[in-house]
Write a protein that binds this ligand. Structure first.
Ligand code: ADP
Ligand code: ZN
Length: 728
């Protein structure tokens, strides 16, 4: 039993306000438990807070005010307090900011009431307009979620009158529904598949871990299509049988709908979803149901780690190597690492699933810190594709063409056989650079230092760094020459143009995230491709993830060298992962596929490892190099990013910090920089970075905290600590 604070006793309250300390209050009439969500007076306002523990009473006791009221919300559990504290200490994030992560649901303390929600009806509208179609599309796409009128109008981009019209005609139904409804129960024995012997053995291993109870992490490896999802769904089933909750993290919202459908087939009901597409009303419901146990399974984005689980027994991190697990704004955390921390605190199992794990997880599995589970074969008879290099030095190709004659011939042969070919390029837009032929000026973003990328489909120039867009100018902004701006280099749209010119009779389908107005449009295109309605698929990274095209037997990688450029130490790992994943798209069904990599450096060790399919060899070599350099996972790193509207100010703070490195020297750590940050300017702010490198096992965080505490930041400047930066 936790302590109880009697009325008038001093309690320390954590608020989400930008203060760096707990505030003392007097417990309210009726008293309160630690963890209680409360409303407290702060200056003239009343703010949300959590009773964190006993008050210190270390200042004028007569000025301490009382807690206004205890909110009608499940109190924060002790393990959640511990998780926020430890995650905050690891990422050097103030607790007030951590609390914000844990309370991303409005109206937490409101008393449940009925509310009016909308769902699809049987009737058909007399006349279909664009606006009406959008409303119906939103309701179809998010069938499991409920919308109030305002939320629905916002999601569909229509006025409330459009919804009223649809209600009148019975195409949309309006009804009162209680808030905070539990989610329908999941049946662990509903639709299980008969597993292959290897899968069954894997499922047994995970089940045994869950039965044994307590914390543990398993790295589940296996090529795409080997049945990793089937196996971890068995672990979810076991967890549900034991009455504990499960969380599955996915790297991208685009994958959620497909996954939710799979959960429904497997467990007979939909899970709770948690991502940026979930409405505020649903957030509140999910938050409460997770706290009360009315949601057994949550499928979501990394922020779902901060939901108030009543009894979390399993966290699955699917595609654990994916970069998008690293949150790059606000609180800088890696959801994979935080999942392990959270599980260790609450005694849960973690499953990290990937065809191409991160080097960190691979090393942890090698050292025995994680359990290992490998599915060797693909499900069914499909086999990995035959990997070949196309040596671009030997290919005859005009300057603004990118599909080599060898690749052209291969594509032609596949189309003739009634199969599909995928041409992969990891670059959105038409061309990465727009240059003026008169003066050589390259069009850049006004907010960042990045070049702007022409998107013909959107008819705009887009900054891939900050999202800024502008129309393509007629004349060069530098020399004002007219009609001299020209695209340089290939993007997915330009490649699509080339493919259509090379194969005029072929049906070319282009898949790039910015080319689809809605998730539904993208889903339809993917379904059309899977049904054989395209001969050539042109795609970006979007196609590398999880889609199954049974007719696809050839993958041509236009520029296999792209990821190897630059000084990023993770470049090799990323290229290896991406190439393996893309190649894995070929030949998923009965047909053996071929993957062809266009490269100017076929002898590069990474390209050679990809061709040889030598995963272990690649990781061992990569691990040896990282160990040699003393970088993660064999050493520790942190980035300090200092930003300011004034470049000189940012740089001066960086220089000052670099000199005042006493606290770091005491733990034997080194500082490098300041240097321009990987994103050197964004939204008008200049950014410089210091890199800190230390041995494993030193107390890095406390040294960093003491070190950065030495600077006083001028008003406009900001400083952020990035533990385990993605690029170094
Ligand atoms: P992964 O997660 O490793 O990519 P999946 O679990 O998605 O693999 O499996 C790939 C495909 O094969 C899916 O459509 C899945 O339903 C199917 N599949 C895998 N194992 C089995 C099985 N034992 N019985 C029936 N279908 C299976
Ligand atoms: Zn920009």
């Amino acid at each position: 039993m936790r302590d109880f604070f009697h009325p008038g006793e001093l309690v320390a309250v954590l608020t989400a306000q930008p203060l760096d300390r707990l505030l003392d209050y007097r417990a309210p009439e009726g008293g309160c438990f630690p963890g209680a969500f409360v409303e407290v007076p702060l200056g003239p306002r009343r703010v949300l807070g959590v009773v964190w523990g006993p008050g210190k009473g270390d200042y004028d006791l007569s000025r301490i005010r009382g807690v206004t009221r205890v909110l009608d919300a499940p109190p924060m559990r002790e393990e959640m307090q511990e998780f926020l504290t430890r995650a905050g200490a690891y990422t050097l994030t103030p607790m007030t900011q951590m609390l914000r992560l844990a309370t991303r649901a409005p109206g937490l303390g409101d008393t449940p009431a009925m509310r009016r929600v909308y769902r699809l009806g049987q009737g058909a509208p007399d006349r279909m307009t664009d606006a009406r179609a959008r409303v119906l599309e939103v309701l179809r796409d998010y069938a499991g979620l409920s919308f109030t009128q305002r939320e629905l109008a916002e999601q569909a981009g229509v006025t409330p009158s459009v919804i009223k019209g649809l209600v009148k005609q019975g195409a949309v139904v309006e009804e009162d529904s209680p808030r905070d409804l539990p989610f329908p129960p999941l049946d662990p024995d509903h639709g299980g598949k008969t597993l292959t012997p290897a899968q069954a053995q894997g499922a047994d291993q995970l089940r045994a871990r869950i039965t044994a109870g307590g914390y543990g992490t398993t790295l589940l490896r296996g090529v795409t299509g080997s049945g990793k999802t089937e196996v971890y769904l068995e672990a979810v089933a076991e967890c549900l049988r034991r009455g504990r909750q499960a969380l599955v993290l996915l790297p991208e919202i685009a994958l959620t709908q497909e996954f939710v459908a799979r959960v429904q087939a497997r467990f007979g009901a939909r899970p709770a979803e948690w991502h940026s597409g979930v409405t505020m009303t649903d957030r509140r419901r999910i938050w409460k149901m997770v706290a009360q146990g009315g949601a057994e399974l949550v499928v979501g984005a990394r922020s779902a780690l901060f939901l108030p689980y009543r009894d979390l027994g399993l966290i699955v991190v699917d595609e654990e190597h994916d970069n998008s697990y690293k949150q790059e704004e606000g609180v800088l955390y890696n959801a994979r690492d935080m999942a392990v921390l959270r599980a260790a605190i609450c005694g849960a199992q973690v499953v990290l699933a990937s065809a191409t794990p991160s080097l960190e997880s691979w090393a942890n599995a090698e050292s025995g810190k994680y359990d290992k589970l490998v599915l060797e074969d693909r499900f069914g008879d499909s086999v990995l594709p035959d990997m070949r290099a196309i040596d671009m030095r030997a290919e005859k190709l005009p300057g603004d063409r990118w599909v080599s004659p060898t690749l052209q011939a291969a594509v032609r042969a596949r189309i003739a056989a009634g199969e599909q070919a995928l041409l992969f390029i990891n670059r959105r837009g038409y061309a990465p650079v727009t240059i003026c032929r008169a003066c050589g000026h390259q069009i850049g973003c006004d907010q960042c230092d990045a070049r702007m990328v022409e998107h013909r489909f959107l008819k705009r120039l887009v900054c891939h760094q900050c999202g800024e867009t502008k129309p393509m100018p007629e004349a060069c902004p530098a020399c004002h020459a007219e009609g001299r701006l020209a695209p340089v280099g290939p993007g997915v749209e330009r490649l699509s143009e080339e493919a259509q010119a090379l194969f005029p009779d072929a049906r070319v389908a282009t898949l790039s995230s910015d080319m689809f107005a809605s998730a539904r449009a993208l889903k339809e295109q993917i379904a059309a491709i899977a049904a054989g309605e395209a001969d050539i698929i042109i795609g970006t990274q979007l196609v590398a993830k999880g889609h199954n095209f049974p007719l696809l037997t050839l993958v041509g990688v236009i520029d296999a060298d792209l990821g190897l450029q630059g000084s990023d130490l993770r470049a090799a790992e990323r290229t290896f992962q991406l190439m393996r994943q893309v190649a894995g798209r070929a030949g998923r069904a009965e047909r053996r596929g071929v993957a062809m990599l266009q490269t100017f450096q076929p002898e590069h060790p990474v390209i050679r490892a990809i061709l040889a399919g030598d995963e272990e060899g690649f990781w061992r070599a990569e691990a040896a190099e990282r160990a040699q350099a003393g970088v993660p996972p064999y050493g520790r790193m942190a980035g300090i990013i200092i930003s300011s509207p004034d470049a000189q100010v940012a740089f001066d703070i960086g220089t000052h910090l670099a000199r005042a490195d006493g606290p770091l020297r005491r733990i034997g750590a080194q500082v490098y920089g300041p240097a321009p940050a990987p994103i050197a300017r964004i939204r008008g702010r200049h950014r410089v970075r210091l890199l800190v490198k230390a041995d494993k096992g030193v107390a890095l965080q406390s040294a960093l905290a003491a070190w950065v505490a030495q600077v006083r930041l001028p008003a406009q400047a900001r400083l952020a600590v990035d533990i385990d930066p993605q690029s170094f």
